[in-house]
Design a binder for this molecule. Structure first.
Ligand code: ADP
Ligand code: MG
Length: 688
């Protein structure tokens, strides 16, 4: 094939004009290469048509039915509701459609249609809401296939993506395989062409699994090679910001209302040694939620400032950045420290940003707190010597290059609360020195857990009301934002209404989710942390880093839908103060498998143990298992589900680099091009 096709802009494809190209670019799809690697997030299986009596309640079913009787449409407040019944010789289903009044004129009573949707039982009736409707001719070509569902942005339809991807696949048919043949055959992998085709349009479930496996392997392999090369680089980097221990940090430690735990103390020693050492610091602190990483960051920043340099800490969200900033300002004032903190986040006004940038550029700020706004081109630093990244390790690797143009080689301290099993940590964090903070500050009561079914809800609500009456606060987590495609999954919007009806009127309830503007989110978090909201119903946006010690209840709806690492993160939002805290996991499926996984949460509060157990329970290539989310996300691979692949990829990465450290051999030509896209010998770390 023509290798140039990969570079061609999507705008050269049929049906893609300026407008669509702009939408694609929002999804980071610029050229054909990006397009064919823009993978579906899910697939719709167009199953065989079944008789009504053979269709199972709770599943997506396809039936062929004739509309009997009339099609009615009524209005309830702003909602229009369309109803009709349709049946085959074995049974009847009642159909409901919201806000689709036009169906009344396009559908005919007495005619057969094919309906596809979630079959539900209400009372004695079978019902389907918002079922898809097809004619026989329309359904035949789809039958038995799996159709991709792509991640979309507003204005971009799934159909547009499908059509465009199809063209991309035609253009790139027969591309060279980046992985040498011997590895492919030893690993029993499918070819890259086959894999790319089947990840978009799987001809069967088996083909999809094989495609997934192949692409995950590629992803892991290139990632690990990058990490290995990065390690070589950083091992050689000389420390040009040599620091000496200072009395300020000693004084701070004396003033604090607590003593560092032994492990915190030990890690602090390591950091001091790094900062004063021969080579640049590249350290990761892996510490369970609530283990007290922030104070270590603060000590390092204070040492940096006292040595006359600037230090920066980047958080993944504005909420977290503000929280750090406020607590740093607090400590600076309270303990009379020689620090000049400044906050730089996206939601500041243009004037505020400019002022902050000036302070940073002229060195009038020496402790800089922010989000990835810190990495923007406009920000220049006077003498940045330390960069800390909180709760997002990959950030840590990435910003090194982005900040490279801003200052000389910086020290990097990454902090992550995703406990991962040792075997995987060695592979994924191979470029960093790892400190493990596995000791919790004393005096905290362990969180009490329970895993229960939905029928426990009334008890849970009563419990929450009691806790609120005692002056505490609670979180309730739902997977979705609003009523949508997923049946049987709780959403924040409706749940908030339900809770308002169920809890006493004095309980102040509000909701939070990722589609809100950052400023609104911040304000809600602020109100919650001030105690002006009692119960916060939220999606997992609160997952990361938030510290509200007065919150004592975490209730997680559809807990079965989350990865254990993620559940552990969520649970870590409570148990941060002196009061007893509780975590209620609602398991909405009766499935034993889900129960078994959640039992792990029930029996342990130790993140590292949970991660090990999680890994043990998963079979290799458990593709349809729960995906983890968080800072270790790959596009296809899942470090837990595909841990076998990850480990094999690590072995091959070592073998390849041993054989050919610069990837000069012909068989690594394409791999080299993927690793060094512009022929440059430095990386674009943003792909890490
Ligand atoms: P995380 O590791 O999850 O980021 P934080 O740094 O936010 O945790 O710490 C959680 C809480 O524990 C904070 O309120 C912090 O002040 C407190 N803390 C940290 N270290 C200690 C300690 N050695 N003894 C008692 N409390 C501590
Ligand atoms: Mg933290």
């Amino acid at each position: 094939m023509n290798e140039q096709a990969i570079q061609e802009s999507v705008i050269s494809l049929k049906g893609v004009g300026d407008k669509t190209a702009a939408l694609f670019s929002k999804c980071n799809v610029h050229n054909v290469g990006d397009l064919i690697h823009y993978y579906p997030r899910a697939y719709d299986e167009y199953g065989e048509i079944k008789r009504v009596s053979d269709s199972r309640v709770g599943e997506i079913c396809t039936v062929r039915c004739v509309i009997t009787g009339s099609i009615t449409n009524r209005k309830v407040r702003n909602l229009s509701i369309l109803n009709f019944a349709a049946s085959d010789i074995t049974g009847q289903i009642k159909f409901t459609y919201f806000n689709m009044p036009y169906l009344r004129s396009s559908l005919r009573s007495g005619k057969y249609y094919i309906f596809r949707g979630m079959l539900q039982q209400k009372g004695t009736s079978l019902v389907m809401e918002q079922a898809q409707i097809f004619t026989d001719e329309e359904y035949i070509p789809l039958s038995g296939s799996m159709q991709p569902r792509y991640p979309l942005v507003k204005g971009l339809t799934n159909n547009t993506v499908i059509k465009t991807v199809k063209q991309g696949l035609m253009l790139t048919a027969g591309m060279d395989d980046p992985i040498p043949e011997d590895i492919i055959s030893e690993m029993g992998l499918t070819s890259i062409n086959d894999a790319i085709r089947n990840i978009h349009f799987p001809s069967s479930k088996d083909k999809l699994l094989k495609a997934h496996r192949r692409l995950a392997f590629d992803e892991f392999l290139t990632f690990i090679i990058k990490v290995r090369l990065l390690k070589q680089q950083s091992d050689e980097s000389v420390n040009i910001h040599k620091m000496i221990p200072v009395s300020d940090t000693e004084r701070l430690l004396e003033c604090l209302p607590f003593n560092l735990t032994a492990t915190q103390g030990h890690i602090w020693e390591e950091i001091q040694k790094d900062l004063g050492g021969k080579h640049v610091m590249n350290r990761l602190i892996q510490g369970d939620v609530g283990s007290g990483k922030t104070i270590l960051a603060f000590l390092a920043l204070l040492m940096t400032a006292s040595n006359g340099y600037q230090g920066a800490i980047m958080a993944p969200t504005e909420v977290l950045a503000r929280q750090h900033y406020e607590s740093f300002v607090d400590m600076t004032e309270k303990y009379g420290l020689n620090l000049k903190p400044v906050l730089l986040v996206g939601s500041l006004s243009a004037a505020q940003k400019k002022a902050a940038q000036k302070l940073i550029a002229e060195g009038d700020a020496n402790l800089i707190v922010g989000t990835n706004a810190l990495m923007q081109e406009k920000v220049s630093y006077k003498n940045l010597a330390l960069v800390i990244t909180d709760e997002q390790h990959r950030f840590g690797v990435r910003q090194r290059s982005l900040l490279a143009g801003k200052g000389e080689e910086c020290h990097v301290l990454a902090m992550s609360a995703t406990p991962i099993p040792r075997t995987l940590a060695i592979i994924l964090y191979g470029d960093l020195h790892i400190s493990i903070l596995n000791e919790m500050p004393g005096g905290r009561l362990p969180i009490k857990n329970c895993v229960v079914g939905p029928n426990y809800r009334p008890t849970a609500y009563k419990f929450i009301a009691d806790q609120v009456a005692q002056g505490h606060q609670a979180y309730v987590i739902c997977p979705m934002i609003e009523q949508g495609e997923m049946d049987g999954v709780e959403n924040v919007t409706d749940y908030t209404q339900t809770l308002k009806a169920m809890l006493p009127p004095s309980v102040r309830i509000d909701m939070l989710h990722g589609k809100m503007k950052p400023a609104v989110k911040d304000e809600l978090m602020e109100e919650f942390s001030k105690g002006n909201i009692d119960v916060l119903v939220s999606t997992t946006v609160i997952e990361v880093g938030i510290n509200v010690p007065n919150a004592t209840v975490m209730m997680i709806e559809n807990a079965e839908r989350f990865g254990l690492a993620q559940l552990h993160q969520l649970r870590g939002r409570v148990g941060r103060g002196n009061a007893q805290s509780y975590c209620i996991f609602i398991n909405s499926t009766g499935k034993e498998e889900a129960q078994k996984r959640l039992d792990i949460m029930n029996h342990s509060n130790d993140g590292f143990k949970i991660a090990e157990e999680d890994l043990k329970q998963r079979g290799p290539g458990d593709f349809f298992g729960v995906r983890q989310s968080g800072d270790l996300n790959f596009a296809v691979g899942d470090i837990y589900n595909d841990s076998d692949l990850l480990q094999k990829a690590a072995l091959y990465a070592d073998k390849i680099l041993e054989e050919d450290p610069d990837l000069k051999m012909a068989k690594y030509e394409k791999l080299r091009r993927i690793l060094y896209p512009n022929g440059l010998i430095s990386f674009d770390f943003s792909t890490l």
